[in-house]
Every structure is written in C-alpha cells, then in structure tokens.
Design a binder for this molecule. Structure first.
Ligand code: BG6
Ligand code: MG
Length: 217
C-alpha cells in the first residue's frame, strides 16, 4: 500500500448532503420529484450530468436549451456555494484527519480524486490542503466517474502503481471507477449502495491506517 486516493464529498466532509439539498431546491422550483434514493445516482457524477438526470426524471430532457441548462446548473451551484461557505475545520468527518496524519507520518501518498470544481475551495475551508500530494484537476479529466481516469491520474501524479493504491468512495460510480483503475476499493455507506467494494464501512470513524493495512490485498 503506497497511496490512498480519496473522494471528497461524503468521504472527507458531509458536502454530499449539501449537494442533495441544493439539487432538491432546484428540482422543487422545476416541479420535478426528488428524493434521497434518486440522489444516490447523482453522487460522484458531474454537475451537468446530474442536471441531465434530474431533467430526464421529470420528462423534461428536451425542454431546455444549452444556455437554459447552464443557467439552471449555475443556480444550483450558487445555492451549493452558499451552503459550503460556512464550512470550518470542525466539518471534517470523524476519523479523516487522524487517518491523514497517520498516512503522512508513514510516508504513504495522499491524493484527492473529486469530480467537484469546488474541491480546492472546500479543502482550504477544512484546512486540509497541506496533506495532499496531488489534487487531481477535474477540468483536465476527459471521462468522469465511473470511468477510472481520475483515480489513475491521481496515481500517476503521486508516482505509484494503481495496484499499490487504495481508493475511498461513498458513490457507486466512484467504486466502479476505483475497481476499473485496478485499485483496492473502500466504500463508505451500506453494502447495497457500495456494490463491488472490497470492504465497506458504515462511517469514516472506522477508518485508520491499521484497519486499511489489515484489509489491503
Ligand atoms: C461530486 C459529487 O464529488 O462532485 C457530485 O459527488 C457533484 O454530487 C460533483 O455533482 C460535481 O460537483 P460541483 O461542485 O463541481 O458541482
Ligand atoms: Mg462522494
């Protein structure tokens, strides 16, 4: 085990909840039904793909021009940014800061593989940026999760082989991306949401260097 590559939203901090709330507000203004079960499909995928899925659910896929859709995605992002502007270091999920500290002390590489264009801002608000040897630039990624490209790029940036990496995710699309990259996948959530993961933890509080080393194969 030479590196751990983290997802951000829902793994490092509970911003998955803020994405849910911001999409929920937009869906409500459009009169499109929106619930937590459907929201699972939006985890890990880009803003524009998420909007397309919401519009398809409301049978409105062709109701909006490209400009209209950009405006709707911007509305969601404005609400999302309002929610994340109040983040503080206290919003790092349990177990994550100790794990990052242990990894750094053990000289194990640390990278971020987030689909979010707000990722750098969030890491700064949480005062975690200094832990990361690489924050993959999502704007340079051609294929989003479930494609493995973002995780593979994290490994390249750290100079390690994929087989020596662990990926940690809370999204089904993310687990697929980690496995497609040939890495060991740790899922945060329920086994039914984290199909294909090598191990699943209910919460990040269960994560530690010792625990990862015990399971890594
Ligand atoms: C992922 C989230 O991390 O980032 C998705 O799981 C989100 O829900 C995606 O849509 C893109 O985020 P942003 O901040 O660029 O809209
Ligand atoms: Mg996530």
């Amino acid at each position: 085990m030479k590196a751990v590559i983290f997802d951000l939203d829902g793994v490092i901090t509970d911003t998955a909840e803020y994405h849910f709330q911001a999409w929920g507000s937009l869906a409500a203004t459009l009169g499109i039904p929106f619930d937590r079960e459907f929201n699972e499909q939006l985890k890990g995928i880009s803003r524009s793909e998420s909007l397309d899925k919401i519009l398809a659910r409301g049978d409105r896929s062709s109701a909006y021009s490209a400009d209209d859709k950009q405006e709707l995605a911007a509305q969601k992002n404005t609400e999302y940014q309002r929610l994340i502007s109040a983040l503080t270091p206290a919003d790092v999920l349990p177990g994550i800061r100790p794990l990052l500290t242990e990894l750094r002390e053990a000289r194990i590489g640390i990278a971020l593989a987030s689909a979010s264009k707000n990722a750098a801002f969030i890491l700064d608000r949480l005062e975690l940026t200094h832990y990361f040897g690489s924050v993959v630039d999502v704007t340079a990624i051609r294929h989003g999760k479930p494609d493995p490209e973002i995780f593979l790029t994290g490994a390249v940036n750290l100079g390690v082989q994929p087989a020596d990496c662990i990926g940690i995710e809370d999204a089904q699309a993310g687990i697929q991306a980690i496995k497609g990259a040939g890495m060991f996948a740790v899922g945060v959530g329920t086994p039914s949401q984290m199909q294909g993961a090598d191990i699943v933890v209910a919460t990040t509080a269960e994560l530690s260097l010792r625990m990862l080393e015990a399971h890594f194969i």
